[in-house]
Write a protein that binds this ligand. Structure first.
Ligand code: AMP
Length: 279
């Protein structure tokens, strides 16, 4: 496994790959956990070579404190992925990815109007910037993304199709801790008592699967919000019940064939997101 910490090192390692038309790619921001590993394992299974990137992309952070405190653990990350069979870890510097400021504004198909979009202005455009830049460098056949970031996955599918990029976007299920908490690099920032409180989020959102038979989506959201707030460590930023294709919030359970619930909950100052399929 080669760890390339600059563009030049990456390009040298890339040239040595045996079959450049069969590359799997897993972009990450590091502080790797079992969720990332599930994507990486799948890529190793399905491709001749696997490249992962570890890059905390400044253009997708709308909160400077979140960017400053984002966990960075490159050595431990490399030790974790080496036995899985990764060929190249690309851990570039900011100037490798953005030799000049990226001014590109992407067509996100309106999929950023809901959920995370209005709460994190510019976030998904920043994600599209970094992912398309990385695709240019890595030229993967397949790229793997987690359903943990459900809206990001939908937006990247759209952007890839819109720009007709020659890469297959593959969605992978959410990896959870035994207590149900969705694995996230930001979980390492939780205090012990916040970490104890956090699985309450998943327990509450799963209740929607019962409540949906007796309540409207709006009433279900209210019940979940009340249930989450029985734990004083947690504060709801939003809970949405939406059409899994268009991401548009639904008013009735028969408004869409596939319905998803997504939420962002603060264990201050850490922001946790999760989602589940309801229909
Ligand atoms: P990040 O490092 O947070 O940018 O995540 C890199 C990739 O790993 C993204 O495609 C995420 O959706 C995915 N990912 C993060 N956490 C999980 C998880 N718990 N289960 C599955 N995929 C995940």
């Amino acid at each position: 496994m080669i760890v390339a910490k600059s563009l030049a090192e990456f390009q040298a390692a890339y040239e040595a790959l045996p079959n450049k038309s069969d590359i799997g790619f897993v972009p990450t921001m590091g502080a790797l956990h079992e969720g990332h590993l599930s994507l990486i394992r799948r890529s190793v299974e399905e491709n001749t070579s696997t490249i992962i990137s570890i890059f905390v992309n400044p253009t997708q952070f709308n909160n400077p404190n979140d960017l400053a405190t984002y966990p960075r653990t490159l050595e431990a990350d490399c030790a974790l992925v080496e036995p899985v069979g990764v060929d190249i870890v690309f851990a570039p510097q900011v100037h490798d990815i953005y030799p000049e400021p990226d001014q590109r504004i992407f067509n996100l198909g309106g999929l950023d109007r809901f959920g995370e979009g209005p709460r994190r202005p510019g976030h998904f455009n920043g994600v599209a910037q970094v992912v398309t830049r990385l695709f240019d460098l890595v030229r993967p056949s397949r790229s793997y993304f987690g359903e943990k970031d459900f809206q990001q996955l939908a937006i990247l599918r759209f952007v890839t199709e819109d720009l007709q990029l020659p890469v297959e976007i593959i969605g992978c299920p959410i990896a959870r801790a035994e207590d149900g908490l969705a694995l996230s690099s930001r979980n390492t920032l939780l205090t012990p008592s916040q970490r104890e409180a956090a699985p309450h989020i998943y327990r509450c959102i799963c209740q929607a699967r019962t409540w949906m038979h007796e309540c409207t989506p709006a009433e279900t959201i209210q019940r979940i919000t009340d249930a989450i707030h029985t734990n004083p460590e947690l504060e709801t930023e939003y809970i949405e019940i939406f059409n899994a294709r268009t991401l548009e919030p639904v008013e009735n359970w028969d408004d869409a064939a596939e319905i998803q619930l997504g939420c962002a909950i603060f264990a201050h100052p850490v922001r946790l997101i999760d989602n589940i399929k309801l229909k």
